[in-house]
Design a protein around this ligand. Structure first.
Ligand SMILES: O=C(O)C(=O)C[C@@H](O)[C@H](O)[C@H](O)COP(=O)(O)O
Length: 375
């Protein structure tokens, strides 16, 4: 096996864990999992796209290490993160006769990680789980930090729990089988780390982003490690999003509102919504005189050069109004006393939290944006 393996640590007292990242690290699953497990029994949750590629392999590696392996395969796609699928997942796992020592393993992208982690938080009042993220988005973002959950009629991720995994195992080789659209969607979250606190990283991405998307393994590994290190650092400071962790939501208040109308059926991927949402954050700040318009232009240029969406014009859902989007934003988990806490920007690499956004200013921006997208 090639070992250019790296290990990062998420420091959360008794909930601390490692992120192990590198090419072919899946082969080490047995030896890495075994010392962490409370019993030899593992239930892998995967989806219909990922299971045919990696489920038997992973089970084989676990069985080689003396562990027993069962599995549940869910339909692929954001629509799986629903209350009805969650209920079915719980019942299916309980029907296997699990015990408190049984561990779940999430093998797949963000949807699988989120719903499996939430199931682990609820089953028998909480069992352990391990994240094996196979998409770029889940590797750099959703598998780290313990946010788990499902979508509700009212909006994205509105039902869930903070439940930290015991380990995150990132095999960078799994990106080789990922469709380009999914890769780009995940890249939006990589760009986010540059925008929110690391201008140097953003400049590095401007230089290396294309080669990374085109398949350069070393650049991918570097970007994943950099992203995970940034996230681990924020999560260690503020596990339950009482403050600074909300910065990781850059682009998400806008993005989740777009996803609510357009996203759960696959027309708009989460990362695509975040790409547009980050551009919206920069545009809004420029319109308010809070940042220079050149920063938003620079961001757009980079995203467009890679083929990522930056505005609403190409989206199949066009029935938005400013009022509708603002209504969805009011369902954001960062709402306090009826006011959204927005992640705004002073410049690339300088995000901050604000509760000063006036509804009238937001409406003016959204009206203008919707007019432009229909022109
Ligand atoms: O980990 C976090 O904190 C984040 O906000 C990361 C986000 O990129 C991620 O999409 C997260 O799942 C969104 O969480 P939510 O609380 O806005 O639903």
């Amino acid at each position: 096996m090639t070992t250019q393996q790296n290990t990062l640590h998420v420091d959360l007292d008794e909930r601390s864990y490692d992120i192990v990242c590198g090419p072919n690290v899946l082969e080490k699953a047995g030896e890495l999992f075994a010392p962490l497990l409370k019993s030899k029994r593992v239930v892998i949750v995967s989806d219909s796209n990922v299971a045919p590629l990696y489920l038997d392999k992973l089970c084989g590696f676990l069985e080689d290490a003396g562990l027993s392996c069962e599995s549940v395969v869910l339909p692929a796609g954001e629509a799986t993160k629903s209350i009805s699928n969650f209920e079915k997942l719980l019942e299916d796992i309980l029907a296997m006769g699990i015990e408190r020592g049984t561990s779940l393993v999430a093998l797949g992208g963000g949807v699988i990680g989120d719903i499996t982690g939430f199931a682990a938080s609820a089953l028998l009042r909480g069992i352990d789980f391990i994240q094996v993220p196979t998409t770029l988005l889940s590797q750099v973002d959703s598998s780290v930090g313990g946010k788990t959950g499902i979508n509700a009629k009212a909006g994205k991720n509105l039902i869930g729990a903070f439940h930290q995994p015991r380990l995150v195992l990132i095999d960078t080789q799994s990106l080789n089988s990922l469709p380009k659209r999914e890769l780009l969607a995940g890249y939006a979250e990589v760009v986010k780390y540059g925008l929110l606190g690391d201008a140097e990283f953003f400049a590095w991405l401007e230089e290396n982003g294309q080669a990374l998307i085109d398949g350069d393994q070393e650049l991918r590994r570097e970007a994943i490690l950099k992203s995970c290190a940034a996230k681990a650092n924020v999560v260690a400071q503020d596990e339950k999003e009482g403050g600074v962790r909300a910065l990781l939501n850059l682009g998400h208040t806008f993005g989740h509102a777009l996803e609510k109308e357009c996203g759960y059926g696959g027309d708009l991927l989460h990362g695509e919504a975040v790409s547009i949402g980050m551009v919206m954050a920069f545009e809004f700040c420029a319109q308010q005189g809070l940042c220079a318009p050149e920063d938003g232009e620079r961001l757009k240029k980079h995203l467009v050069s890679l083929g990522m969406p930056v505005d609403l014009s190409s989206l199949p859902c066009q029935d938005w109004t400013a009022e509708l989007l603002m209504k969805h934003m009011m369902k954001d988990k960062k709402v306090k006393d009826g006011k959204v806490t927005f992640v705004l920007v002073r410049a690339i690499g300088e995000a901050y939290l604000s509760r000063e956004v006036e509804d009238a200013d937001l409406k003016t921006y959204l009206d203008d944006l919707l007019k432009r997208s229909k022109a």
